[in-house]
Design a protein around this ligand. Structure first.
Ligand code: GH3
Ligand code: MG
Ligand code: MG
Ligand code: MG
Length: 315
């Protein structure tokens, strides 16, 4: 943590006497000082060595203090640096303009040295606290996101896990019951996957599941659709506002995506490559009926696809 009393202050003033008095004053209070005699060189200095605070004169040749302040406030890299105007312009309109262009404070000349030190110290402290709070908020947000990932994302495939599937289907079921719109469900199970593991090893099996998860993600199109790892080598796809015809189209896209993977499976009894069987159900949700009925219907359809020889879908 940076000690506040040796913060870096940039003093900008076109009057050399003002510069030296302010420099001496702030140096004696323990601050590190940089100086600039006009707006252009101040901006250059700020860009190569960002100070913790800027004391800025208003009346200067070429770029005046208000313009210099506006430029620094328009740049995301420099906009958070607190700026205090220090000027002979004492009328209320000038003060109001100073705050309007983004200053945190306004000191009029002639100034009291102790007051300048007091104001600089307060604003450095405030800016430091703001930065700390912002950093903590960002860290908290990141930790929260990581926690959400742990709770709702499957670590092997990086898609939704069973918990997210359960949460999503309950929420969509209630929503679509109010909307009186259908909800479709596809259960997808890898064919002869035990044999795949036995033949190619468990690590190859894991990689195969990762490829299948990506293929399933490519097969769904709507933002509200959810692809989840439902169990070991079984995936569940929730398709809100989708009727049976719509779900069949998704199932056919799934089959096409899996076929394109061309993952060799010498032990499969239906193909030279890895295939999946799919069970489809589409229902009009109503509050008296539970989601379990819908899942059971998709499960029965999946069993039917297996019975029919695998690498197919049933409704
Ligand atoms: P079917 O065509 O009838 O679905 O046959 P199957 O062999 O796929 O079905 P079964 O349920 O007998 O076997 C599923 C296999 O999936 C067994 C298990 O070892 C494997 N499996 C489940 N989860 C994972 C995993 O995370 N990684 C790997 N590599 N294999 C897994
Ligand atoms: Mg001046
Ligand atoms: Mg299975
Ligand atoms: Mg299987």
């Amino acid at each position: 943590m940076k000690a506040l009393n040796n913060g870096l202050i940039l003093i900008v003033d076109d009057n050399p006497t003002n510069l030296s008095v302010l420099s001496r004053t702030l140096k004696s209070a323990g601050f590190n000082i940089r100086v600039a005699i006009d707006g252009e060189s101040a901006i250059e200095l700020v860009n190569c060595e960002p100070p913790d605070l800027i004391l800025l004169d208003v009346q200067m040749e070429a770029l005046d203090g208000f313009e210099t302040c506006s430029i620094l406030k328009a740049n995301p890299a420099t906009q958070k640096i607190p700026i205090i105007f220090i000027t002979a312009l004492a009328d209320p309109q000038a003060k109001i303009k100073g705050f309007a262009v983004g200053a945190v404070d306004y000191i009029t000349k002639p100034f009291y040295e102790a007051e300048v030190i007091a104001r600089v110290s307060v604003h450095l402290q405030l800016s430091f606290l703001t930065r700390t709070v912002t950093e903590q908020a960002i860290a908290l947000q990141k930790a929260n996101q990581e926690l959400q990932n742990l709770i709702y994302i499957d670590s092997l495939t990086q898609i939704a896990n069973r918990r997210q599937f359960d949460t999503c289907i309950e929420r969509e079921w209630r929503r679509l019951a109010r909307e009186q719109a259908p909800l479709a469900l596809i259960l997808c199970d890898v064919d002869y996957f035990k044999k795949y593991n036995d033949c190619y090893g468990h690590i190859a099996g894991d990689i195969c599941l990762q490829s299948i998860a990506k293929a399933l993600m490519r097969a769904v199109t709507r933002p509200a659709d959810l692809v989840a790892r439902y169990g070991g080598e079984e995936f569940g796809i929730i398709l809100p506002n989708t009727n049976t015809e719509g779900a069949i189209r998704v199932a056919e896209r799934i089959q096409a995506e899996i076929e394109q993977l061309q993952i060799l499976h010498s032990q499969s009894e239906v193909s030279a490559y890895v295939t999946v069987s799919l069970g489809i159900s589409s229902q009009l949700p109503h509050r008296e009926m539970s989601t379990e009925k819908s899942i059971a219907a998709a499960d029965r359809a999946l069993y039917c696809a297996k019975q029919q020889g695998r690498n197919t879908y049933c409704i």
